[in-house]
Each structure stands twice: as structure tokens, then as C-alpha cells.
Write a protein that binds this ligand. Structure first.
Ligand code: NDP
Length: 526
């Protein structure tokens, strides 16, 4: 790779033009630094104070080697949730009244701190959730860009204050978007920094306070975000950090009567549960970004090398644990054999191993439950169709201490439920179709509607794909990732159907406004 970019250049999930020697050197230094801090104990943070818990702590181990304890994290109880929501409510009043420009300036400091600490953050994520170096750096960079993008939305809308028309000559009408108050922010493990930062920064810049619960598989990254906001100067209590279990702290958090809204990214199952029960006394905003079962369609005119590369990258980047990952392929029967051969060739060539090491593309899955889910899917695929590659746990020195499974591709009959259920493990279902109509019909059968991709040279097929596919994020001929790679300000990330609740996604231009409610102000000349 040629050295063309400066050492601190931005790295996205698909970067190519990077000074890799410098990147790896800085990553190695950060990794050594982060490793020197393994095994410490960490408290909760409420109202800016460290708070301990007598509940059994969360022992955060690495999916690469479960014998490595990254840290021990306090487990929030229902009482801690109550305390944190109280602190957030107390702090919100002043925060929400502050000039929006001050909030923007403060959050932009947080973005700058993320950029300053990005190698350290990437090293933590690589160890904690098993991301490759490139994936973890993409996560850190995206986090900073998300903050900047949401700050820009405040600026572009001039703080969401707008003069309105007069109905009579004596009145002065203003429309103002104002914060709701306290948002519960609950995040998944897979983009532990970007999703936590995106959800929380939008809520914060809009003037809300946030009580934040990271995934129990990623509390260390969550704590790093708390430290960034604190060091950027966010007032105590405006962002409170509760490591804990979803079933206890998470459940108590969104159910808390003093919580004014929920922003959640995670599975459809948990999201639907929250949506059903959240609004009992009145309706509260419930911004959900949920699962996906994303299809790549390959038509008979497609560039098969581009399709194979895009599919392999999107199916096996981060071990398929992306909500946008390609998990099914519908290929035109005329080119099925040729395409499958190319995808298999690329899959066999993936570098599998410890993802903190340079050049490793494919690491472990997150935990034991993910391995069990993988094994169940493989068993079902063997019954219903044919495993073309993979299909087993990886064994041997490098793999025995972690959650390693082989990237797997299965050819299946279209009616298999493996084409419709989200698995979130490295398992790609492939089926043959007779044409675009059938491909789109099969794609739309899933309850999910997050991302979708097509490879074709026919303009009419592209137009029909956009018109008929039920997905919020659509890609055509994307070699760097058939269904993945959205970036703030470039690809709004909106889940349709079972993939989201609000119809306006993160990374998009309408996101921040959803954290505010409208107030019309009429003053009559006296
Ligand atoms: P989960 O739904 O299992 O967990 C998400 C978060 O919710 C975690 O913090 C979890 O805590 C918490 N939680 C669990 N149960 C409850 C509850 N009853 N009340 C409140 N909080 C609860 O998802 P995963 O972490 O496994 O993440 C993977 C899922 O996220 C996939 O479905 C994926 O598609 C989706 N996702 C969607 C994205 C999008 O933008 N649409 C982006 C990224 C992921 P704990 O960890 O303690 O269980």
C-alpha cells in the first residue's frame, strides 16, 4: 500500500488510501497502552460522581480470549436507575435553557477529543467486541463525525427557532423546538461507540439530559464515552453512565416515570417490548433502530467480481454482526454457479484470527450465545440445504480460548426460515431466483427493512429496485460492501418495518429534530 495520507487521516470502514505503516504503529502503541490497564474495577457515574454497587459486578472478558478480563464493572440496580434519572432531571433544566450555540461548542469539543483518542478507543473496541483494526477505527471516526453532523443540524436550523406568519397584524408568531427532558439511551454491543455517541449526542445537543446504559458486553467502551463528555466539559448529571444488565437496569430505565423519551438501538425483540409498554399515561417518543435481514440481489448482467467482493465484505465484516450485514443473497439462476464460486473463493481467502493483529479481517463472535445460535443455524441448514463453506467452530491454538466460528455460506430453498430470521452470526444464505420480480418479492418477505443491495447493469432494474424494495438504505453496485458502510451525512440509516420506529434515521438530516417537541408562541401587541 502506498503511503499517501498523513498519519492522522480519517479512516472509514472502507478506507483504502491510508498510510498503513503509520496506522499500525499507532494502533500497536495504543493497544499496548490499553493492555497495561486491563483488569481494573470501574464504578457507575451519576451526577458526575463515582458510585459503587453491591450487586455482583459485570466481569468484562474479551471474545478473543475469554481468559482475559478487561475490567470489572459495577452493576446498576433499580435504585441506581432512580438516582441517575433524578440527577439527569435536575441537571437538564439548566442544560436545556443554555444557548444552543454553547451546547454545540461543547459537543464539538467532545468530537475533537474522540479524534484525539481514536487509537485508544479503537484498541479498546477491538479487544472488547472483537473488531478488526479497520472496523474499530471506523467506529471511532464515525462517532466524531456523527457529533459534528448533528451539531450542524442545530446550526443549519438556527437552533430550531423560526418566525411564522401573522394571521392578524397585532400578533408575533414564533415556532420553537424544545427538548423533551430526560432521554434513556440504551445501546447494543456491535458499534459500541458510534451508536452510543450518535444517539446520545443528538439528544444532548437538542438540550436533553441522557441516562445511558451500554451493552453488558461493551461497558468499557461506554465508559470511555462518559469520560469524553466529562472531559469536554458537559455539566455533571447531564450524561449519567450506568453499566448493568438489560433485564434489570435497562428495563427499569425506560420504564422510569421521570424519563421523557427513549432512544434505543438493538434487537427487534427488545425494541418491540419497549415500544408496546412505554407509553401508559401519555405518549412518549420512542426512537428505535432495530435488527436487519439484509439481502443482496445479483442479476444476470452484474459485474460478478464486484458483486462477490461486495457480498463477502458485507457478509463477513465484523463477523456479520452489523445490523446492515448482508445475510442473504438472491442470485439470478443464469449466473448463480459463477457468482457462488467467486464468493466462496473470497471467503476461503479471508484472514481469520485475533482481530487486534494487523491484517486480520475476521475475528470472534461476541459471546457463547452467539456461538450457540450459529450452531443451531448450521444444523438447520444441513437439514434443509447444503453448506458450501464453513459450518463449524474453529479449533486450534489461536481459537480455543475465544468465540471463533467459521464464515459460513449455505445454499438453501427459498422457503427456509434462514432467509428471514436475523441471526447476527457469520452465516450467509444463498438462493436462486428467476428474475428481479421474484428477487424483490423474496427480499420483502422478511419482517425487517433496513438495508438492501443490487448488482445489475440495467437502469430499469435499478429504478424498479428503488421503487419496490422495502428497505430504508439501498445500494446499487457497491463493491466495497453490498449492503454496508453508511456514513453520517451521506447515507441516512432508517429502518423500515421491523427495523425501526420513526421513519427518520441516524446519520440523516431529520434526526436531531426528533429529540425535541414543538412549541408555538404567539404574543399579541398590547
Ligand atoms: P439487544 O437487543 O440484545 O440489546 C441491546 C441493548 O438493550 C443492550 O444494552 C441490552 O442490555 C439492552 N436490553 C436488553 N433487554 C432489555 C430490556 N428488557 N430493557 C431495556 N434494555 C434491554 O441487542 P444486541 O446488543 O445483541 O445487538 C444486536 C442487535 O442490535 C441486532 O438485532 C442488530 O441488528 C441491532 N442493531 C441495529 C442497528 C440499527 O441501526 N438498526 C445498529 C446496530 C445493531 P444487555 O447487553 O445487558 O443485555
Amino acid at each position: 500500500m502506498t503511503a499517501t495520507a498523513p498519519s492522522q487521516s480519517k479512516i472509514t470502514y472502507t478506507s483504502a488510501d491510508v498510510d498503513w505503516e503509520s496506522f499500525h504503529r499507532q494502533f500497536d502503541e495504543a493497544l499496548a497502552q490499553v493492555r497495561s490497564r486491563l483488569g481494573r474495577s470501574y464504578p457507575l457515574y451519576i451526577a458526575g460522581e463515582a458510585v459503587s454497587s453491591s450487586a455482583e459486578p459485570i466481569v468484562d472478558t474479551s471474545p478473543i480470549d475469554t481468559g482475559v478480563v478487561l475490567g470489572t464493572f459495577a452493576t446498576a440496580t433499580v435504585a441506581h436507575v432512580d438516582q441517575a434519572v433524578g440527577a439527569a432531571r435536575a441537571a437538564q433544566a439548566a442544560w436545556g435553557r443554555r444557548d444552543w450555540r454553547e451546547r454545540v461548542a461543547l459537543l464539538q469539543r467532545a468530537a475533537a477529543l474522540i479524534r484525539e483518542r481514536k487509537f485508544e478507543l479503537a484498541a479498546i473496541m477491538s479487544l472488547e467486541v472483537g473488531k478488526s483494526r479497520l472496523e474499530s477505527m471506523g467506529d471511532a471516526e464515525e462517532s466524531a463525525d456523527l457529533i459534528d453532523y448533528y451539531c450542524r443540524q442545530m446550526k443549519d436550523a438556527d437552533g430550531f427557532v423560526r418566525e411564522m406568519a401573522k394571521v392578524t397584524p397585532v400578533e408575533h408568531n414564533t415556532d420553537v423546538l424544545r427538548p423533551y427532558g430526560v432521554f434513556a439511551c440504551i445501546a447494543p454491543f456491535n458499534f459500541p461507540l458510534a451508536l452510543s455517541t450518535g444517539m446520545s449526542s443528538a439528544a444532548l445537543v437538542a438540550g436533553n439530559a441522557v441516562v445511558y446504559k451500554p451493552a453488558e458486553d461493551a461497558p468499557w467502551t461506554g465508559l470511555a464515552l462518559y469520560e469524553i463528555y466529562r472531559d469536554a466539559g458537559l455539566p455533571a448529571g447531564v450524561f449519567d453512565y450506568l453499566s448493568g444488565h438489560g433485564s434489570e437496569a435497562g428495563e427499569a430505565l425506560w420504564r422510569h416515570p421521570q424519563v421523557d423519551g427513549v432512544v434505543f438501538t438493538g434487537s427487534k425483540k427488545v425494541g418491540m417490548h419497549i415500544y408496546h409498554d412505554l407509553s401508559s399515561r401519555w405518549i412518549k417518543p420512542c426512537l428505535l433502530e432495530l435488527g436487519g435481514k439484509n439481502a443482496a440481489i445479483v442479476m444476470d448482467t452484474a459485474d460478478l467480481d464486484a458483486a462477490a467482493e461486495g457480498i463477502t465484505r458485507s457478509a463477513f465484516g465484523l463477523q456479520n454482526q452489523k445490523c446492515s450485514a448482508t445475510s442473504r443473497v438472491y442470485v439470478h439462476q443464469k449466473v448463480a454457479t459463477a457468482l457462488i464460486e467467486k464468493v466462496l473463493e473470497r471467503t476461503r481467502a479471508l484472514t481469520i484470527g485475533d482481530p487486534t493483529e494487523r491484517d486480520v479481517f475476521f475475528g470472534p463472535v461476541i459471546n457463547r450465545e452467539a456461538v450457540a445460535k450459529y450452531e443451531r443455524a448450521v444444523k438447520q441448514a444441513k437439514r434443509e440445504g447444503e453448506i458450501l463453506v464453513g459450518g463449524e467452530r474453529l479449533k486450534g491454538d489461536r481459537f480455543d480460548r475465544g468465540h471463533f466460528v467459521a464464515p459460513t455460506i449455505a445454499k438453501l430453498p427459498l422457503e427456509s426460515s434462514l432467509f428471514r430470521d436475523e441471526l447476527f452470526v457469520p452465516f450467509l444464505a444463498v438462493g436462486e431466483v428467476s428474475g428481479l420480480e421474484q428477487a424483490i418479492a423474496e427480499t420483502n418477505k422478511a419482517e425487517y427493512g433496513l438495508t438492501a443491495g443490487i448488482f445489475t447493469k440495467r437502469d430499469a432494474e435499478i429504478a424498479r429496485f428503488f421503487d419496490e424494495v422495502e428497505a430504508g438504505v439501498c445500494y446499487v453496485n457497491k463493491r466495497t460492501g453490498a449492503t454496508t458502510g453508511a456514513w453520517p451525512g451521506a447515507q441516512p440509516f432508517t429502518g423500515w418495518k421491523g427495523s425501526g420506529s420513526s421513519g427518520k434515521g441516524g446519520c440523516g438530516p431529520y434526526y436531531v429534530a426528533q429529540f425535541m417537541r414543538e412549541q408555538s408562541r404567539t404574543v399579541i401587541d398590547s
